[in-house]
Design a protein around this ligand. Structure first.
Ligand code: CDP
Ligand code: CDP
Length: 222
């Protein structure tokens, strides 16, 4: 449906710190793909709504605020950056405040709806900039955004190992709580969709995960 036949579309979903961003970036480099980190989009919107003092519990104010957010895209290397009102996200989107709030905003259907068309529109961005396709990472890419993607990967890893990975990055992050909220929400929950290729990275290095994925992609491309 949303897939343009000549463009390669790779969806990568998984819980927090399962390895989505690091694997996506390497695959983007290797296969000349646009890298789209949809988590950064939810983080940027969360940061903007917090800045405006719009709480997820005030649906009327939230719905109004969403109509005021104007989305455009700017490339940073191979990665698509969501610009809100012409402004890029800053480092605070990875901070503790956004970590604590993002899953609450992401559970609201109006927020997801606002991003739906924008995310699918990244196919046209990839095409305009001469990429061979895109690799998009998030929670609902294989289930909702691109259910007909060429590849749909779902990354698993033991929660304790994932918490250790985040700690090694020096980040304070309640990943278990975010996973709980993301998996239990009604709107586009975090699920491994039927037919997705599941990879458990608990005992694999980043390179080993990438090699597994790349081998599958190369097989099809050749
Ligand atoms: O990097 P990490 O896996 O910890 O999180 P992220 O990918 O940056 O996503 C931050 C949050 O955005 C998630 O915990 C979800 O609440 C939300 N999200 C979502 O609901 N749907 C997506 N497609 C991507 C992220
Ligand atoms: O994007 P997501 O939150 O799913 O995870 P990430 O930011 O790609 O990975 C979180 C951390 O785990 C990074 O520091 C990666 O280098 C590390 N990692 C790892 O140690 N082993 C893997 N198999 C995958 C990622």
């Amino acid at each position: 449906m949303t897939s343009i036949p000549s463009l390669l579309i790779i969806a990568i979903d998984g819980g927090a710190a399962s390895g989505k961003s690091s694997t996506s970036k390497i695959l983007a480099e290797r296969f000349n793909l646009l890298h789209v980190d949809t988590g950064s989009f939810y983080r940027h919107i969360t940061h903007e709504l917090l800045r405006r003092g719009v709480l997820p519990t005030n649906l009327a104010a939230l719905t109004l605020a969403l109509t005021e957010l104007n989305f455009t895209t700017q490339l940073q290397g191979r990665s698509a950056q969501l610009m809100i009102g012409g402004q890029p996200a800053d480092h605070e989107i990875r901070g503790q405040n956004v970590n604590e709030h993002v899953s609450h905003y992401a559970a609201i259907p109006a927020v997801r709806q606002k991003l739906l068309g924008y995310q699918r529109g990244q196919v046209a961005v990839a095409q305009q900039h001469g990429f061979r396709g895109l690799v998009m990472e998030g929670r609902d890419i294989g289930s909702v955004i691109f259910p007909a993607a060429d590849y749909r990967f779902f990354l698993h890893a033991d929660p304790i190992e994932r918490a250790k990975r985040r700690a090694r990055e020096g980040q304070l992050d309640s990943i278990a709580e975010r996973d709980r909220l993301d998996s239990s929400r009604k709107a586009s929950p975090l699920v491994s969709p039927t037919g997705a290729i599941a990879i458990d990275s608990t005992f694999l290095t980043l390179e080993q995960v990438v090699e597994k994925m790349a081998a599958m992609i190369e097989k099809k491309l050749s």
